[in-house]
Design a protein around this ligand. Structure first.
Ligand code: BV8
Length: 250
């Protein structure tokens, strides 16, 4: 299928949302694939405050396994295409990701908002110490916070039922309001559109005048919210769709 590049001029603002589908070709299973991450664990057992309260060792087994897996994976051409477009557009570009695997960082993306947290960061579940870089898998079990001696070290991840970082949401809202009155393109890539508030960003962008694209392997839950749907694998489609094929394919 011939891919028509996005209509990006020298005044166009581009806001991109990515989900697990952009990391699939890097070897990281998505949440809802047949053998998805949730298959071996029930969601509420590992990605929720209740799950953490019930079994910290199980939660760390789940996230420790994902740290191991993600560390062995590399960014694919979808990640590289997004980093290339950012280099071309500068502050007219913003990437919001639901992914926690760190592959956008490793591909060179800097104008990046990780709204569901970061797999390779941890924090204390009690005191307000800053999140810190952490590659530990806690295979030998959870550890206490050495600063407050009251809490336990948890993944710096937004679990179901937890609020997203208000600064992250504010950064997205500011970008959207600054885009008003300019040509504005919104693209969601590799996401089933099931999880909110991420799945609702398309409506916020549309209200600000964005023309919207969904690039996905199959039809997503909120596909009707988009003006255009481009079906296929992100690593194959994105370089052409974003107009950076010459750079990424070189
Ligand atoms: C909140 C943790 C306020 C990190 C995640 C009822 C209705 C609506 C909403 C709710 C509801 N009940 C509760 C809610 C709110 C809830 C929610 O949305 N639940 C859903 C499930 C109904 N949201 C929350 O709780 C959020 N917080 O709302 O705070 C609040 C507070 C208290 C009480 C209520 C509300 C917090 C959400 C964040 C949860 N944390 N991750 C981790 O462990 O990874 S979400 C998790 O799912 C990941 O972050 C993941 O990114 C995200 C979404 O999944 P996708 O990325 O879309 O991945 P998926 O597998 O689903 O799809 C992949 C797609 O890629 C597929 O479509 C496939 O076709 C495609 N694909 C595959 N291969 C490719 C491809 N595409 C292109 N190329 C390929 N090669």
């Amino acid at each position: 299928m011939a891919i028509t590049p996005l209509p990006i001029t020298d005044d166009t603002r581009v806001l991109v949302l990515t989900g697990a589908g952009v990391s699939a070709e890097s070897g990281i299973p998505t949440f809802r694939d047949a053998n998805g991450l949730w298959e071996s664990h029930r969601v509420e057992d590992v990605a929720s405050p209740e799950g953490w309260a019930a079994d910290k060792t199980l939660v760390w087994r789940f996230y420790g396994a994902r740290r191991d897996a993600a560390a062995r994976c590399a960014p694919n051409r979808a990640h590289l295409a997004l980093a290339a477009l950012e280099r071309r557009l500068g502050d007219r570009f913003l990437l919001v990701t639901q992914n926690v695997d760190g592959l956008h960082h490793r591909a060179g993306s800097q104008r990046l908002v990780e709204i569901h947290g970061a797999l390779f960061q941890s924090r204390c579940d009690t005191c307000d110490r800053d999140p810190f870089a952490d590659t530990e898998t806690y295979a030998s079990g959870v550890r206490s916070c050495e600063l407050c001696h009251r809490g336990f070290i948890r993944p710096h991840i937004v679990w179901f039922g937890e609020h997203l970082d208000v600064d992250h949401l504010a950064r997205v809202e500011t970008f959207v309001s600054d885009a008003r009155g300019h040509p504005f393109v919104y693209v969601a890539v590799g996401t089933s559109g099931l999880v909110y508030p991420a799945a609702g960003i398309v409506s916020v962008a549309r209200r600000a005048g964005a023309e919207t694209w969904l690039q996905n392997l199959d039809v997503a839950d909120n596909a009707d919210d988009f003006d255009h749907v481009v079906t296929g694998k992100a690593g194959e489609v994105l370089p052409t769709l974003l107009g950076v094929g010459d750079e990424v394919n070189s």
